[in-house]
Ligand binder design. Sequence first.
Ligand code: DGY
Length: 332
Amino acid sequence: MAMNKRILVTGRLPEVIMAELEKVFLVDANTEDKPYERQKLLHGIKDKDGLISMITDNINEEVLDSASRLKMIAHFGVGYNNIDIKAATARGIPVSNTPGVLTDATAELAFALILAIARRLVECDRATRDGHFLYWAPMLFLGREVTGKTLGIIGLGEIGKAVARRAKGFKMRILYNNRSRIDASEEKELGAEYADLQKLLIESDFISLHVPLTGETRHLIGKAEFSLMKPTAYLINTSRGPVVDEQALLGALLNRTISGAGLDVYENEPALTPGLTELSNVVLLPHIGSGTLETRIKMASMAAENLIAGLSNKVPPNLVNPEVLQNRRLTE
Ligand code: DGY
């Protein structure tokens, strides 16, 4: 079903999905695997009916004001804190995201970080490559066991629950904190016990963050929270960087207020707080939570499906601003 609509895709998506989009739309796309330049975005959006956006695009009023024809934003990602939803809604533009399809990939990565930091995988790899594996010894690179420990999950949405399911396999005690408590039957199925934030921070050996970035969650974990954690605790962040006060984290790692951290996201990414890279008790990844080929294809396909629905004046399956439907811009 070819549509005479123009779209902008600001990231390099898997070819199979680009081919599908090109069958339907007139596509202008970022062909490089790096963030789309701001000026290109501001210029390129002018004559477009639809946009597939990336987390690296700041879709603010400036962009929306340039986009007088825009009728749909299909965001490639579950977190959409980079989009001014209020401003898009005020202009009648529906916005969608890609929930569900990246749950397992992100939970896998959170668990990979738990194992990597506890068992010192990156340190050990570096030492082995550097020729320091000269003999076996009983106390060599001792890590901490994950099995049977307490995992505190902050934000028990789909990804938090997927982390809990994996933790069950490691016989972990699971505490969770969430805006609202989940059903008792689901708590039982997950083996997860509700705890207020203070109890969770005090009792957990691993604390994994799975909250969206909002005004309420910015700097949710800072100096006061680190001071409640066990000196043997590890912090894992695969959610959004600004949920953690990174300067306070640096201090907590330097002073050994906590044992270590596994990070996939940063407060000012891609910039890192100076000093972080010098520490051996932190594992640093470049925001790859949903970065598997399988998941990227599913995310792109979901974004395409939402865009097609939106530009056909249908309700996109993953609409995040349903209030827009009263005044949405329609396509002819
Ligand atoms: C997400 O989907 O939110 C990932 O972090 C990529 O943006």
